[in-house]
Design a protein around this ligand. Structure first.
Ligand SMILES: NC(=O)c1ccc[n+]([C@@H]2O[C@H](COP(=O)([O-])OP(=O)(O)OC[C@H]3O[C@@H](n4cnc5c(N)ncnc54)[C@H](OP(=O)(O)O)[C@@H]3O)[C@@H](O)[C@H]2O)c1
Length: 335
């Protein structure tokens, strides 16, 4: 009997249960996928714990939004994929019914994307969350030029590494931050020009030193909390800062005087701005597909776990030791 992952209460990684469940038949506009690999995201640990700011789990709940696999069946009116196609999922659906952790998932057709030939099955499960998150601030909402400096914080996260690659498509200078010195090499391998190790290098002085006092032009930050004051302090006049997470887990204060003086744009951002808007979603999918296909974007995978070790994989996800994407391989479905 095929297995899926669900949780019946919020809590630590141990609440994730591997349960036998026959595949559901896809309804109108849905696709049934036999999963081969599943990409893990930090927000899934937040959902499982019950502290995800965007969504509260409706229990018992499935979990997960990114996988790659083979189309097993399609529901009425599905036109863009057919049985036996290799596909990956984009985060454009509710996890209660459509969560992907397990050996199968049922997702809406709008949450299915083609897989470029050059990607492995594991890489194909590590595409959409990171690059779609980067796409909004870097492609849709900015006019990046080679003369500009982009600051990417928590740069060893899967989104951070993806964002570095996207920013480098424009030839901009990228300054990246991490708390962990051992992650510098992988951040540079993604294309960062400079890496600030924030555990022992002060952010403001380092950015000012690297930019001759001018500051950065565009910032992507998933940390927030008290560190926002420092970001604003080392932003260039008329810079924009996209806040897309709250890893710090502490309240944020916004020093209005400095924001006014510099004319900054500071805004919240989620990839739902892309995935729930059909025109933006299709443009973003095409843009990312083309750059994956040409080899200019390439997901960075940190570690692979078997499905049976989903609890251990979530423990590792929460440890903060990863640099890049954590992927679960569904060995029984890989031919
Ligand atoms: N708004 C959106 O649409 C959207 C989309 C995707 C992700 N996100 C958010 O983006 C964040 C990253 O997600 P992800 O899946 O890419 O993460 P990830 O791959 O799990 O990476 C997390 C990394 O962030 C760093 N970190 C953790 N806590 C930190 C803290 N308090 N201060 C500074 N750095 C910290 C750690 O690296 P170091 O060793 O460098 O500390 C850690 O390895 C999450 O908050 C997630 O919810 C938002």
């Amino acid at each position: 009997m095929p297995r899926i992952v669900r949780f019946h209460r919020t809590g630590g990684p141990e609440v994730l249960c591997l349960e036998e469940a026959p595949p559901e038949q896809p309804r109108e506009g849905e696709v049934l996928i036999r999963n081969q690999a599943i990409g893990l995201n930090n927000s899934e640990a937040q959902l499982r714990r019950g502290d995800y700011p965007m969504l509260t789990a409706d229990l018992p709940s499935r979990i997960g939004r990114e996988c790659a696999g083979i189309v097993e069946a399609i529901g009425p009116s599905v036109t863009t994929v057919k049985p036996n196609d290799l596909v990956s999922t984009i985060p454009a659906f509710d996890v209660k019914r459509n969560g992907v952790y397990g050996e199968w998932c049922v997702v809406p057709e709008v949450g299915v994307a083609r897989v470029p030939m050059r990607l492995s099955r594991l890489e194909a499960a590590a595409v959409w969350q990171q690059y779609l998150t980067a796409y909004g601030p870097l492609v849709l909402n900015s006019r990046l030029e080679p003369s500009m400096t982009v600051l990417i914080t928590a740069a060893a996260s899967s989104v951070g590494l993806g964002a570095i690659q996207v920013a480098k498509l424009f030839g901009t200078r990228v300054i990246a931050t991490t708390r962990t010195a051992s992650k510098e090499a992988i951040i540079r391998s993604a294309g960062a020009d400079d890496v600030i190790i924030t555990s022992h290098q002060p952010l403001v002085a380092s950015v000012n030193h690297l930019t001759d006092g001018r500051g950065f032009d565009l910032g992507l930050d998933p940390i927030a909390g008290p560190g926002i004051a420092d970001l604003i302090d080392c932003a260039a006049p008329e810079a924009a800062i996209h806040l897309y997470g709250q890893l710090a887990g502490e309240p944020s204060f916004f020093p209005l005087r400095a924001m006014l003086r510099k004319g900054l744009t500071v805004r919240g951002y989620t990839l739902w701005e892309i995935t729930l808007n059909p025109a933006r979603r299709e443009a973003a999918k095409q843009y990312i597909f083309n750059h994956l296909d040409s080899g200019k974007l390439r997901p960075i995978i940190d570690r692979v776990f078997p499905l049976e070790s989903v609890v251990e994989a979530h423990r590792y996800l929460e440890s903060g030791r990863q640099a890049g994407k954590i992927v679960i391989e569904v060995a029984g479905n890989v031919s």
